[in-house]
Design a protein. Structure first.
Length: 705
């Protein structure tokens, strides 16, 4: 499928079951308004089954092309063919890097009586992107391949590719591009993460948003990119080199560079819907190729679209044609782009049947899980959709990982100091066995996060009680109202040193909790230096300083960056924090030594119906042997979410060892350096003390050695 380069020319292949006439257009230059050559494909000579195909001799990589497909216009039967509209090839591997889709029509005129193309009456294609023929085999990967880092050793860092370096404060030469991210690779490597998860980089239209910023009058954009146009094509405007097709090699350079430093690339992908919208939307590709095949349509009124995505349409993901398309797309990104994993946006849509029902055995999800090419590829579900499906803990099959928003909410409420949340927090910290154990999954199937692109940044979780999305142009109606945040006494930026100290401490609490929790941690880029979106919890449209990382904060909050590095290093050094199976309360048959023990501040077993603001547990380091590691240290962790300091009685250290302080988030790192968490070998001996004062809103970690 798509455009395949051979030494003799290029073969073009396109699916359309109900189309009656297909025209291939070739262009000489990316700004041409009219094609240089047009080929009409004959149903007799250029069609095999539902596949239309033509070989163009002498054509080479870099050629530009588009399609027109004719057929019945019968919306009541699901058909919306319109030969007047040029269409993108769904398998196109690159598109030209036009700055805006200026002439993207907001509807279309249907040809009913006349089937001939009148180019003089066409809307101009001079600033409309075109598909690019790409030769994937010419790139030198230098032996590179996907890294396959085990999930139990993975630490994910989520970021927007452009926003990571778009700010002048990033001080990179190629800001906002694939090259720009490569220039920041030393920082990412030094942080210690193992995987970078990129918000959508498949081609999309940044200019489709019609809203304006009511404060500045600025035209808002589709910054996040959750409205895919071309699933095989890396976004051309993210490339520094804007020549047709250059984005492909530039993206490959990024992947290769990260792999050389041992860091994976995971892509956030959007297969639940496309950019074509509802029945009043635009025609780009699928709608004009075979609308009734690719989309979920209302049974009795097939001119309308079922909308499980909240974006106007939903791909009919369990139609065999669509299943094949998605699998081929994922294989392409693994085989040709060397991608290490995928995070599937609104993944519950991918499990819906023809009538919208949630399938117990969804063909697409099963195919992804069982596909031999994707076997070692990470597959992560956002296990809900916009039509009420919520599958956290019950998403399809034991192969899948899940974004665990229960972790986010329970940990936020715990550190906010909510009453009687400690039990839920204990469950999340210990791996969410209530969600994953019964299905045979492991702690690492839970992607733990406190923040992500969608919602407050970590700084804003501790700085705002309410969302402030006024600049999105939707009267602050967009974005979630369920933020489980606390502003620590003042809404927004504060000069009060007491408030600022409390905020810093809470940020440290969240970061350290994340990295000592069982499961796979995901850190939002910039949280390690208190990046802010100024209370905007839905910055999807803000291609500006609201969304861009302010790298001046890295230096301002360098002690917090160092704290984060040390928290990551602690997790990577000690396997007791990244078990590959759930706690059982004992080590194994015939061995009554507990793998985890829970305590009150008095050193007794907790009554879980009464546990409220103090949580303590001890991890048995010998249990690391059960997962193929040498015996680890024992650890004792104490969390106090009360407004009062608490005196905790310490358990007896294992024979021949003593307790040393590893971390205490109450220590003001801005004053003392990064003593809130100690470097390996510099832990503070507690001098055989039997009690420890755990300050209000603090997390303390002790290590036996």
């Amino acid at each position: 499928m798509g455009a395949s380069v051979t030494p003799e020319g290029v073969n073009f292949s396109l699916f359309s079951r109900n189309g009656t006439r297909v025209i291939l257009e070739l262009y000489e230059n990316e700004n041409d308004s009219k094609p240089a050559v047009m080929y009409e494909l004959s149903p007799e000579n250029n069609k095999t089954g539902d596949i239309w195909h033509i070989f163009v001799e002498g054509l080479k990589a870099g050629a530009l092309y588009m399609y027109r497909v004719y057929g019945p216009f019968e919306p009541s039967k699901g058909h919306r063919f319109d030969g007047k509209q040029v269409l993108f090839d769904p398998y196109a591997k690159a598109m030209t890097a036009v700055p805006v889709f200026k002439n993207l029509p907001k509807g279309y005129t249907v040809i009913r009586d006349k089937m001939d193309i009148d180019l003089e009456k066409e809307h101009s294609l001079s600033v409309f992107p075109k598909c690019v023929v790409v030769d994937d085999k010419s790139y030198d990967w230098e032996g590179d391949k996907p890294l396959g880092i085990p999930l139990c050793k993975s630490i994910i860092y989520e970021t927007h590719l452009k926003g990571f370096t778009a700010s002048p404060s990033s001080e990179v030469e190629h800001s906002g591009t694939y090259k720009g991210l490569i220039e920041k690779l030393p920082y990412i490597k030094d942080l210690g993460v193992t995987s970078v998860e990129l918000l959508p980089i498949f081609e999309f239209d940044e200019t489709e948003n019609s809203n304006t910023n009511p404060r500045t009058g600025e035209k808002l954009k589709n910054f996040w990119g959750y409205n895919t146009i071309s699933f095989f094509a890396p976004k051309a405007s993210y490339a520094f080199d804007k020549r047709p097709g250059a984005c492909v090699n530039e993206f490959k350079d990024l992947v290769k560079a990260f792999h050389k430093e041992g860091i994976e690339i995971i892509l956030d992908v959007v297969f639940n819907h496309t950019a074509e919208g509802n029945e009043n939307g635009v025609m780009l590709n699928f709608r004009g190729l075979d609308n009734s095949i690719f989309y979920h349509l209302v049974n009795d009124h097939r001119e309308y679209y079922l909308n499980f995505s909240g974006c106007g349409n939903a791909l009919n993901c369990n139609n065999p044609v669509v299943v094949e398309f998605v699998i081929e797309c994922l294989r392409y990104w693994v085989l040709e782009m060397h991608i290490d994993g995928f995070r599937f946006d609104l993944a519950s849509v991918l499990g819906r049947g023809q009538n919208g029902e949630i399938l117990q055995k969804a063909p697409l999800l099963d195919s992804i899980a069982q596909d031999p090419v994707l076997h070692n590829t990470k597959v992560i579900a956002e296990p809900w959709d916009a039509a009420g499906a919520y599958q956290v803990g019950s998403f399809f099959g034991d192969r899948w990982c899940e974004w665990n928003d229960r972790y986010r909410d329970d940990i936020r409420r715990f550190w906010r100091g909510d009453d009687y949340v400690a039990t839920q927090a204990a469950t999340r910290i210990s791996g969410s066995s209530d969600l994953y154990a019964s299905s045979g999954r492991r702690p690492f199937n839970s992607i733990n996060f406190v923040t992500c692109h969608d919602g407050f940044t970590l700084n804003d979780v501790v700085s705002y009680d309410n969302k402030h999305n006024e600049q999105n142009g939707e009267n602050n109606r967009d974005g979630s109202d369920n933020n489980n945040s606390y502003n620590n006494g003042y809404e927004g930026v504060s000069a009060n040193p007491v408030i600022e100290r409390n905020r810093f401490k809470q940020v440290r609490n969240f970061i350290l909790t994340l990295f000592i929790s069982q499961g796979t941690p995901m850190l939002l880029a910039g949280d390690e230096f208190r990046r802010t979106q100024f209370g905007n919890n839905n910055a999807y449209c803000q291609d500006n300083e609201i969304s861009w990382l302010d790298w001046a904060l890295e230096n301002k909050n360098k002690n917090l960056v160092e704290f984060t590095k040390r928290a990551i290093a602690l997790r990577k050094k000690h396997p007791v924090f990244r078990r590959s199976d759930f706690f059982r309360g004992f080590r194994g048959e015939g061995n009554k030594s507990a793998d985890i023990c829970w305590y009150t501040k008095d050193g007794t077993m907790p009554d879980w119906s009464k546990v409220s603001h103090f949580l303590a547990f001890r991890l048995n380091g010998e249990c690391a042997e059960d997962f193929g590691y040498p015996a680890d240290n024992d650890f004792y962790v104490m969390a106090n979410t009360s407004v009062r300091d608490e005196v905790a009685i310490l358990p007896v250290a294992p024979t021949g060892t003593k307790w040393y302080r590893v971390a205490d988030t109450s220590i003001d790192s801005s004053v003392t350096g990064c003593d809130a968490i100690c470097l390996e070998g510099s832990e503070e001996y507690l001098n055989a003390q039997k009690r420890y004062v755990v300050p209000s809103l603090s997390l303390v970690i002790l290590m036996a050695k």
